[in-house]
Design a protein around this ligand. Structure first.
Ligand SMILES: Cc1cc2nc3c(=O)[nH]c(=O)nc-3n(C[C@H](O)[C@H](O)[C@H](O)COP(=O)(O)OP(=O)(O)OC[C@H]3O[C@@H](n4cnc5c(N)ncnc54)[C@H](O)[C@@H]3O)c2cc1C
Length: 372
């Protein structure tokens, strides 16, 4: 079944590419990463071409929960353990910048994507996580992050987090990129990428630079350490009462839920309960995960009617951070979002657009594709 988002917004008409062409920059993949890259390049006066195998936002970018969170999936204490305090803070600031960029772009381009800033709840699943959630809030509080603890729910509320309709956002951003000078071709699968040329089944594209933005599908085109992992969700018909006050992210990010302004409930995750099965590129729901999502839904809203069930494919990197930069072959990449592309990719699109244009950016080391 399709996602609630893709069900609600038809794709714009971008015909396939059927003849050889050239462009300043060729971008492969039209999810949030490829479209944000195209948008930032086009606004800087560089003319990009985007090649998309399916339609804009038809893969993970039109199948996610639409959370715009700051930080990585794990709490800040866990992020510090993994990346060191200095890098963890820089990553945090980068995702805050992503939130501000989304806010700015949505206003500038008058994008109607139900963007709301109700904050998010980070909820602990056990005692150890609860002590980390509290310590994370204390630590980030000293960095002027607006966060408060709700002990009764074993939760930290991050006041500045947001949510949106991902398919409306990415498809409208694609329209803004086209208005700024980008060309987009749907139904156009890249079969090979070298420095300066992209091949498709029907055409060749010559470009001054190539940026591969195919996330979970990276290994088909470039040597990148990205593996495909499945995520599943469900959505309900509108429920006429407030069930969830704000987007919630629980059990180290493995479980999440929200309620839209129209009353519909969304529940996703529980991948940790079948980790070995929830891998690969197949966008298929499974009874095992769907039953778990529904069991949770029934605890909170026995009356809700499920209208949509879907799956999407995420691209996991080796350390949960994206790869943004240039490979040895000269090809650029912007991929590996590890289930957090809405939180990163509007800003990594800006970052890679600057790198392609030869501008120095202080964040490049955080996401260097060759990092250990
Ligand atoms: C169930 C679920 C819930 C999620 N919830 C959230 C959330 O709440 N917040 C958040 O931040 N993130 C979330 N994510 C993750 C987020 O959706 C992804 O990180 C993000 O969409 C990745 O964007 P992308 O552009 O890199 O990849 P994609 O959206 O997957 O786009 C890649 C595009 O490349 C195209 N492509 C592939 N191969 C080729 C080729 N050879 N030639 C041409 N085109 C090609 C594909 O068709 C696709 O359109 C979730 C993901 C899932 C599945």
């Amino acid at each position: 079944m399709t996602s609630i988002w893709l069900d609600e917004v038809a794709p714009d008409d971008h015909p396939p590419l059927d003849q050889d062409t050239s462009a300043d920059v060729a971008i492969v993949g039209a999810g949030i990463a490829g479209i944000a890259t195209a948008y930032h390049l086009a606004r800087a006066g560089v003319k990009p071409i985007v090649l998309e195998a399916r339609t804009v936002a038809e893969a993970a970018s039109g199948r996610n929960a639409g959370f715009l969170l700051a930080g990585v999936a794990e709490n800040f204490v866990a992020a510090t353990r993994r990346y060191g305090e200095d890098r963890a803070l820089r990553i945090w600031r980068f995702t805050r910048h992503n939130q501000e960029l989304v806010r700015e772009i949505v206003a500038r381009e008058a994008i109607r994507c139900d963007l709301a800033w109700k904050g998010s709840a980070q909820i602990a699943g056990d005692d150890e996580e609860w002590s980390e959630v509290r310590e994370s809030a204390d630590r980030l509080g000293t960095e002027s992050v607006r966060v408060r603890i709700v002990p009764g729910e074993r939760a930290a509320i991050y006041e500045d987090d947001g949510e949106l309709h991902p398919a409306r956002y990415v498809r409208a951003l694609a329209g803004a990129a086209v208005a700024a000078g980008a060309r987009i071709y749907d139904g156009t699968r890249a079969t090979a990428v070298t420095n300066g040329e992209v091949r498709t089944d029907h055409a060749r594209v010559h470009a001054g630079a190539i940026v591969v933005c195919v996330n979970a599908y990276s290994q088909h085109l470039v040597p990148l350490r990205v593996r495909p992992v499945r995520g599943q969700m469900l959505a309900t018909a509108p429920v006429g009462r407030a069930v969830f006050d704000r987007p919630a992210y629980a059990n180290r990010g493995y479980r999440y839920w929200r309620q839209r302004a129209d009353g519909r409930l969304l529940v996703g995750g529980w991948r940790d309960t079948a980790a070995d099965e929830e891998v690969g590129e197949e966008e298929r729901t499974t009874p095992k995960i769907q039953e778990r999502l529904e069991r949770f839904l029934r605890e909170r809203s026995p009356e809700a009617t499920v209208t949509h069930r879907w799956a999407g494919t995420m691209g996991f990197s080796h350390d949960a951070l994206p790869y943004v930069g240039r490979l040895d072959s000269g090809v650029f990449v912007n991929a590996g979002f590890t289930g957090h592309g809405m939180a990163f990719a509007t800003a990594t699109g800006e970052l890679i657009a600057d790198v392609v244009r030869g501008k120095n950016r202080s964040e490049t080391d955080l996401f260097a594709p060759e990092r250990a």
